[in-house]
Design a protein around this ligand. Structure first.
Ligand code: SF4
Length: 600
């Protein structure tokens, strides 16, 4: 039983410029399927390496549905050790990377070593060719794309690259994928840059085997039916029409938009900062990842500073480059986002770091200043020397660590935790740090689907977070976009997996994989000496209320109620009272974990 995997990984050693094929055990696939779970299992023995150690692997993994007709199943999971959180971190990227790796005959690529100068790597059906890339030093991701593939290639391989931020080791450097996608979070671009790997292309000409084509078609139709009926994904005001910026309107109406570095929760946006206004202003059209019926990206036709065909900021960057940093100009937000994409910086971490600096300095940004500071972050010039460390280390160095809105060193995304308590708990205990996507409770608490729940109460949230974490971990192993779970469920994707693999997968089995994956990550946190004090939110959320009105209270979160909910989460997750894994529970899930002897 291999869960639809091909059973082959390609290992690339940049130091010796060689590649070899490994066939991992069936047990590894049975336990982790692919994607995030497999990434964790492969990386765990190496996480004692510093993030810039050549021996530390950078992995690009697919899920078992990649390259098939299962909708939105082509997310590539890129993972390594994060320069921000100092432990395992995975980041999903859309585009065509996962499907191409699969068609090349592999479930993933494991990259180790470091080249002696900047290189590119061309993979064609498993044939690895290394090319000198020193002439591309300092080039943007877009420039690299054109240099490697040409201006408008009619047919092109999957592409991934770092910008100068990755080359220069900025702690929140990202990896650009194809033209408009990104593995943004956690600084994986710095890991790729430390290996001197500037770019990578993958072309695969094979087909992905499917055990039962008819059953897969049925599963696909069920998922497409649910997607078509989803207001948030395909409705008039949903992602398909307006991109994820539609969420900006939603968080605004719930008064939970992080504003002024999370000191307020409501931002007076004026006329120009709604999803419909942005679509009109930039005459944008929809685009998306390979095989996705939603297409949540918005590509602008209106030139900005002479450039057309640029991607509008997604929800997180739009919200953070406006409300969080006190900017009302959509063009400024678009420019900052675009500069992040070009340099290869995570826009979420970049905006939170800039907001931290704005709060500590007590000074607003002048027009154009954010873009200048983003360039300084890459070069380390002036204030960039501190800013490039990320919000936490930057605030700490400036003597005000309390101004850093981070969890475990990772900057928080664009939902204020005071506006939804499941989100607050989920963000605090998230294994990768400040991330709402580890337990996307927003669907219950804000979209009120599939089960509505009181967003201002911790009642039942521990179990809700645990179940949501398991489901999302399973989706990340399958390589399915988590947005699909705003409408479809694991049941539909289990049917797709059963069809691809010819094995009897059901929702229960997938949840079990998800539970194992999260527990494995808790083991990795323990091994990185990350204790319960890290399963916490910045103090601000417990002592300062949000932007309240008479009809819409937004109090500070009750600390005692939060701690009680966190203890309840530990219990339901099978952790001890300090949030650490219990060896017997780990063994029951097929994992090794000792609280007394960390595995390294
Ligand atoms: S919903 Fe958006 S991010 Fe998800 S697969 Fe589709 S286009 Fe990609």
């Amino acid at each position: 039983m291999r869960g639809g995997a091909l059973g082959r990984l390609l290992h690339v050693d940049l130091g010796s410029r060689t590649a070899r094929v490994e066939e991992p055990s069936d047990a590894l696939y049975r336990n982790f399927l692919g994607g995030r779970g497999l990434a964790g299992a492969l990386l765990r023995p190496h996480l004692s390496c510093p993030w810039d150690d050549p021996d530390l692997p950078l992995v690009i993994l697919t899920g078992p549905l990649a390259g098939t007709m299962a909708p939105a199943s082509g997310r590539a999971i890129i993972a390594s050790k994060s320069p921000l959180t100092s432990t395992f971190l995975d980041s999903a990227a859309g585009g065509s990377l996962a499907a191409s790796v699969k068609r090349a005959g592999f479930d993933g690529i494991v990259i180790r070593g470091a080249a002696d100068g900047l290189v590119g790597l061309r993979l064609e059906d498993g044939n690895a060719v290394f090319e000198d890339a020193r002439h591309l030093a300092g080039s943007t991701i877009g420039e690299t794309y054109i240099a490697v593939l040409g201006e408008n290639p009619a047919e092109h391989p999957a592409f991934a690259a770092v910008g100068s931020a990755g080359e220069q080791g900025a702690a929140f450097a990202s990896i650009g994928v194809d033209r408009h996608h990104m593995a943004g979070r956690g600084g994986l671009g710095a890991v790729m840059g430390a290996k001197n790997l500037k770019w990578l292309t993958v072309r695969g000409t094979g087909t992905v085997p499917v055990a039962d084509e008819e059953a897969l078609l049925k599963a696909r139709e069920a998922i497409l039916r649910l997607t078509a009926a989803s207001p948030v994904l395909r409705g008039q005001f949903g992602f398909s029409n307006y991109g994820t910026a539609a969420l900006f309107d939603l968080t605004h109406s719930r008064r939970m938009t992080p504003t002024d570095n999370f000191r307020r929760t409501w931002f007076d946006r004026g006329e120009g900062l709604s999803a419909p206004a942005l679509k009109k202003r930039y005459a944008s059209h929809s685009a998306g990842c390979e095989g996705c019926p939603v297409e949540c990206l918005q590509i602008a036709a209106t030139p900005l500073d002479g450039e057309t065909d640029w991607a509008l900021p997604e929800f997180e960057s739009l919200s953070h480059f406006t409300a969080l940093v006190g900017n009302h100009d959509p063009d400024e937000a678009a420019r900052a986002n675009r500069r992040c994409v070009a340099l290869g910086l995570d826009p979420v971490s970049a905006a939170v770091t800039l907001a931290t600096r704005r709060e500590i300095a007590g000074r607003d940004f002048a027009p154009g200043e954010m873009v200048v500071l983003l360039d300084d972050i890459v070069t380390g010039r002036g204030e960039g020397e501190l800013l490039r460390l990320g919000a936490y280390r930057c605030a700490e160095a400036m003597g005000q660590p309390e101004a850093a809105m981070t969890v475990k060193g990772l900057e928080l995304p664009a939902y204020d935790p005071r506006g939804a308590y499941g989100l607050a708990l989920g963000s605090a205990v998230a294994t990768r740090g400040g991330c709402h996507l580890r337990a996307n409770t927003i669907s219950h608490e804000i979209l009120r689907k599939p089960v509505a729940t009181d967003r201002f109460s911790f009642a039942g949230k521990a179990r809700m977070v645990k179940l949501a974490e398991d489901a999302i971990a399973a989706a990340d192993c399958l390589g399915v976009c988590t947005y699909m779970f705003l409408t479809a469920g694991l049941e539909e994707y289990a049917a797709a997996l059963a069809a691809v693999s010819g094995e009897p997968w059901g929702q229960g089995e997938l949840l079990r994989v998800g539970e194992r994956v999260v527990y494995q990550e808790r083991c990795m946190l323990l091994e990185a000496s990350c204790g319960p004090e890290q399963d916490d939110l910045p103090e601000r959320f417990f002592i300062e209320p949000g932007s309240e009105t008479e009809t819409q209270p937004m109090p500070a979160i009750d600390r005692e109620a939060f701690l009680e909910a966190r203890s309840a989460y530990y219990a339901v997750r099978g952790l001890d009272g300090r949030g650490n894994p219990i060896p017997d529970r780990a063994a029951a899930l097929g994992l090794e974990c000792s609280t007394s002897t960390p595995l390294v």
